[in-house]
Ligand binder design. Structure first.
Ligand SMILES: C[S@@+](CC[C@H](N)C(=O)[O-])C[C@H]1O[C@@H](n2cnc3c(N)ncnc32)[C@H](O)[C@@H]1O
Length: 179
C-alpha cells in the first residue's frame, strides 16, 4: 500500500497505526523524531535518515533509549547514503518519507521511487501535498495501463536493485534544486 498525507499529525498517526511489532522501518526525514516516537518501541529495526545537524542533535535521546534505532546522516538523493543504509538492511516493511510536505513533489517522488525500488517496502507513507493533488486529478486514459497491480509499497515497473544502474539514476539529481 502507498499512502499519501499532508498534515504532519496525520502522518505521525499513520506511522503509529501502520507500523507493526517486529517491522523493519526506514524513515526518511525524521527531523527530531516526533513521528519516530510513535513506533520506536515496537520495531525490530528503525533506520532514520536525515541530512541536518539539527536532526542529529534532536534524535540523540531517542537513539540512546532505543538501541533498535539507527541514525544515518546524509542526503537521501545521494548514492553514498543509500549504500550506508544497505549495510544496515536489505529488507524493509515500511518506508516513511517526509522531506517537507509542502515542497517539490518531483523530488519527493524520485526519492520515493528510488528508495522503494531498492528496499521494496510492503507499505510506503509519503507526506507531500503536491503528490496528493496529482493522484486525485489523474484519470488513466490508456486501457493497457490498467492492471491489477499488487498492493505493495513500491512500483513494480520501476524497481531497480542494481547499485550501478541506481548510481546513474541518482546522478540526475545534480541537475535538481537544492532542498
Ligand atoms: C518536515 S521535516 C520532517 C518532520 C518529521 N516527519 C516530524 O514528524 O516531525 C523534514 C526533514 O527532512 C530532512 N530532509 C530534507 N531534505 C532532505 C534530504 N535531501 N536528505 C535527507 N534529509 C532531508 C530535513 O533535514 C528535515 O529534518
Amino acid at each position: 500500500m502507498i499512502s499519501i498525507v499532508y498534515n504532519v499529525r496525520v502522518y505521525r498517526n499513520l506511522l503509529k497505526k501502520r507500523i507493526k511489532e517486529g517491522d523493519v522501518v526506514i524513515e526518511i526525514g525524521p527531523h527530531k523524531g516526533k513521528g519516530t516516537m510513535e513506533y520506536a518501541e515496537k520495531v525490530k529495526l528503525g533506520i532514520l535518515v536525515d541530512k541536518s545537524s539539527q536532526s542529529e542533535e534532536g534524535l540523540k535521546n531517542l537513539l540512546k533509549n532505543f538501541p533498535n534505532l539507527k541514525y544515518v546522516k546524509g542526503d537521501v538523493r545521494s548514492f553514498e547514503t543509500i549504500k550506508k543504509v544497505l549495510l544496515l538492511t536489505k529488507k524493509c516493511d515500511v518506508l516513511a518519507l517526509d522531506i517537507g510536505g509542502g515542497r517539490y513533489p518531483d523530488t519527493v517522488f524520485k526519492v520515493w521511487a528510488v528508495w522503494s525500488g531498492i528496499f521494496k517496502p510492503k507499505h510506503s507513507i509519503i507526506r507531500n501535498r503536491g503528490l496528493g493533488e496529482f493522484v486525485q486529478r489523474v484519470k488513466i486514459e490508456d486501457d493497457k495501463l490498467k492492471k491489477n497491480f499488487r498492493n505493495s509499497g513500491w512500483l513494480a515497473k520501476w524497481g531497480r536493485a542494481m547499485p550501478y544502474v541506481l548510481k546513474k539514476q541518482l546522478e540526475e539529481f545534480k541537475f535538481w534544486v537544492k532542498i
